[in-house]
Design a protein around this ligand. Structure first.
Ligand code: ZN
Length: 381
């Protein structure tokens, strides 16, 4: 439960959170039967909307196939975890492989990274420039302390004040940036970029997080001062201010490549890039190349993902955080969380962004990002 290092949650609140957590997990399980047919239809039958499902299956393909290894690619790492490598420079976000069981969560066991699983599946990160962290819940950042040991020394780590404070004892050797003071919202007049390299920059965005149950966001507090040790059980890992990221890769040989990443769903206008940025894009008749959107609990976020799709006009959309992240990390065995309503998410994307290709990826699935896709983005800076 909340320990002395966490100064935002009282014991009464912690009990509340525990009750909410029970509801969050048990009620969806009880609803699973009713929604079972709908979700499995999306995942396994030919009557489902046309999805490139699955992509390449495992990381072994990445290692074995020279062509893919050297190309620009996106890789889904499960839950909110992603890796994008473009023009030889990569960004990792919310890597999470340990997937503690429901029993471990409900019994408030100390959560520890499963190092063997991480060692097996964490892709090579030699060209990593940035580690981006969306919010402070365990399923987004609890593996970071172990993964940080393998990151190149010049990797910049970006996250909210809460995220940085929770991880500080494991990331103090990196250039870690609390993005709270520079978060851009839809109406901002000032665009603040963090340069991860000369050709790769990122704009942290004010994002959001859908409530888990009955309007309650479990472990929804902030951590305002640095912790001397890691949070331990599920309720210790505090959400903090959720952050989205707008990324731009530039190259002399290609147009600017734009990516929007949201690892939690956001109620309008949160999660949407600044209006002044979008207006500039429209003048250039440009949109986003790749939009990565969490499906977790998305129906509880107003106008999501509709407004974001209208604003970004993406060429490719990838659903993240759609599967049961309390089941072991085993590529190919993923099951959809019934209450995420995968088929409804697909319907909204097809209706709102008919120009986009939509992907529902397996864990570790690879999506080559081809030059022809890059050329569709006409903007530059
Ligand atoms: Zn969360």
């Amino acid at each position: 439960m909340c320990r002395s290092s966490c100064n935002t949650i009282t014991s009464v609140q912690a009990v509340w959170f525990f009750i909410a957590l029970l509801g969050f997990i048990l009620i969806p399980m009880s609803l699973a039967k009713a929604n079972d047919d709908k979700a499995s239809a999306v995942l396994s039958t030919s009557e489902a909307p046309v999805l490139p499902w699955p992509w390449l299956d495992t990381r072994s393909k990445l290692v074995e196939e020279k062509q893919v290894k050297e190309d620009d690619f996106f890789q889904y790492l499960g839950t909110g975890g992603i890796l994008i490598s473009m023009n030889g420079e990569a960004v990792l976000a919310d890597p999470f492989f340990s997937n503690p069981s429901i029993a471990d969560l409900l019994l408030l066991k100390d959560l520890a990274p499963k190092t063997e699983i991480i060692d097996e599946y964490l892709p090579p990160l030699d060209n990593l420039k940035g580690l981006l962290l969306g919010h402070g819940h365990y399923d987004h950042i609890m593996d970071v302390p172990y993964i940080a040991k393998t990151l190149p020394k010049d990797t910049k780590v970006l996250g909210s004040q809460t995220v940085v404070n929770q991880l500080i004892s494991s990331i103090k050797t990196f250039d870690s940036i609390n993005v709270n003071p520079i978060l851009a919202d839809y109406d901002t007049k000032l665009l603040t970029w963090v340069y991860l390299s000369e050709q790769l920059r990122v704009m942290p965005l004010m994002a959001d997080h859908a409530p888990h149950f009955a309007g309650i966001l479990v472990a929804g507090g902030q951590v305002l001062s640095p912790l001397s040790s890691m949070p331990r059980d599920v309720l210790d890992w505090q959400c903090g201010i959720p952050v989205g990221y707008l990324l731009e890769w530039t190259s002399k040989r290609a147009d600017t490549y734009r990516v929007l990443y949201l690892s939690s769903s956001a109620a309008w206008p949160k999660g949407v890039p600044p209006k002044i940025y979008l207006e500039e894009l429209r003048k250039k008749n440009a949109g986003f190349d790749l939009v990565l959107l969490s499906a977790a609990n998305f129906v509880k976020s107003a106008n999501y993902p509709r407004k974001i799709l209208q604003a970004t006009r993406p060429q490719q959309v990838v659903m993240l955080h759609w599967e049961k992240f309390w089941q072991p990390f085993k590529p190919g065995s993923e099951e959809a969380v019934r209450t995420n309503e995968v088929s409804e998410f697909i319907r909204i994307v097809e209706e709102t962004a008919p120009q986009a290709t939509l992907y529902l990826p397996r864990r570790m699935a690879l999506l080559p990002l081809s030059p022809s896709i890059k050329s569709k983005s006409q903007g530059s800076y």
